[in-house]
Design a protein around this ligand. Structure first.
Ligand SMILES: *Cc1c(COP(=O)(O)O)cnc(C)c1O
Length: 427
């Protein structure tokens, strides 16, 4: 028998009362009167991140070139020291992670390194729902090897247009597949794949497998010690709150240490030897080998402060709140918006969804514009999806309640009809 609970604002307030993380809200800059639900696209600025940007500006001011080895965060070792800290977000070993590059650049690096087609074992599996940049990178790497995307890239089809079936992916793992690239969490539907099952199936077939963590790092505590994928890559401006253009990261499982980086540069070098300036590269035998050139120090700076907050809160605790908030959000949408043709697209089970709620509505673009007029910041994705991400660090349950009430008003009073149902340049 279904037990029907009628949620009220008191429920939301009670959940906020019990929230062990509520004090972190003061660590962030949140615009007065605005409810920010787009931390899955660009996390907000924290005071810590602002402070560490200031610190690195000061180290430049004070030390000039000497800043590489001096100051509170010597620049020369920053990518490695941040890598060791970021490794805790995915339970990897310290030297399996390096903070470098961006999602797309790191994917290029990892493809150039790990995609080694041999004879007929030369195909790459991705999926038809993945982020376009990942597909562009795969296609260009195939072309660089003289192979054709039409023949050598297999895109797993979605049965419902939003999610993937692990069974379909495993079915496609035939003898001619060399490498698999998938997202941990799908950027639109928010589906979280069963990575461990996929890794085991791929390895049984002698296929390498890597994951794009753009939509899971900082919200889902992966256990890479247990999942053991071959590699992974991500950005730091979404749930990691590193700011626009923050430096991304990558993971390479230690069983691959010693492999030659496909795209080499002097920062791939063993650090003590880098300034020997020899023309024969001695690359690191850990994730550091996959760096290319001089690190973008000022875009690493906010990550120092942001990761302090993750260390204090704990990724497991953040995830518990995230699950509770998305679940509460969905329950309220069902309770309050039942008559307005919203469909919840993301999987409902805790272990199958990421950090955002994904709604389908024919009027999605105009509803998003109406939400912005009410100072709620959602995220629109073509052709008719609304993504809403409560962020454990700074979103309250009462805000979730209020957003659903605002959505109800927008639908009841048909406020959305004042706006064109079309996307602006970005969202
Ligand atoms: C955000 C995102 C990207 C963005 O790539 P950048 O190189 O950081 O611009 C790539 N892939 C996925 C799945 C994303 O969600």
């Amino acid at each position: 028998m279904e037990v029907l609970i009628m949620y009220t604002i008191e429920h939301a307030r009670a959940l906020d009362q019990k929230d062990m993380l509520s004090h972190f809200r003061d660590e962030f800059y949140i615009k007065e009167g605005t409810i920010y639900l787009d931390g899955n696209s660009l996390g907000l600025l924290s005071k810590r991140a602002e402070a560490t940007v200031q610190q690195l500006l000061i180290s430049w001011k004070d030390y000039g070139i000497e800043g590489w080895m001096n100051g509170s965060s010597p620049w020369f070792y920053l990518s490695e020291s941040l890598g060791a800290k970021m490794a805790t977000l995915i339970r990897a070993k310290e030297n399996e992670v390096i903070v470098t590059g961006s999602t797309t650049v790191n994917l290029h690096q990892l493809l150039a390194t790990f995609y080694q087609p041999i004879g007929k074992k030369n195909k790459i599996i991705a999926d038809e729902l993945t982020f376009p940049s990942d597909i562009y990178a795969i296609k260009s790497q195939l072309k660089g090897k003289g192979l054709s995307p039409e023949e050598h890239l297999i895109r797993i089809k979605s049965r419902d247009g939003y999610t993937l079936q692990e069974d379909d992916i495993i079915q496609a793992m035939t003898d001619d597949v060399s490498l698999i690239i998938l997202s941990s969490v799908l950027y639109r539907s928010g589906q979280l794949l069963d990575m461990k099952r996929l890794v085991e199936a791929a390895h049984e077939k002698g296929i390498l497998i890597g994951f794009d963590l753009a939509h899971s790092i900082g919200v889902i505590p992966h256990s890479f010690a247990d999942i053991k994928p071959d590699f992974a890559f991500w950005c730091s401006y979404k749930y990691v709150n590193g700011g626009p253009g923050a430096v991304g990261g990558l993971y390479v499982n230690e069983r691959h240490f010693g492999i030659e980086p496909g795209i080499a540069g002097w920062f791939s070098s063993v650090k003590e030897k880098q300034f020997d300036m020899k023309h024969d590269l001695e690359y690191e035998h850990h994730a550091g080998a996959f760096q290319i050139g001089t690190p973008h120090i000022l875009s690493l700076a906010p990550i120092i402060g942001s990761l302090e907050l993750f260390e204090e809160a704990g990724i497991q605790v953040l995830h518990e709140k995230s699950k509770l908030q998305t679940d509460f959000f969905m329950s309220l949408i069902e309770q309050e918006l039942d008559s307005y043709q919203f469909t919840i697209i993301n999987p409902r089970e805790d272990e199958r969804r990421g950090g955002h709620v994904c709604l389908h509505h024919e009027e999605a673009a105009s509803i998003c514009k109406a939400l912005k007029a009410y100072h709620v910041i959602p995220d629109y994705r073509e052709p008719n999806l609304i993504r809403l991400a409560p962020i454990a660090f700074y979103t309250s349950f009462e805000e979730v309640w209020n957003v659903v009430q605002i959505m109800k008003e927008i639908m009841e009073k048909e406020v959305y009809k004042k706006f064109k149902n079309e996307r602006e340049v970005i969202a």
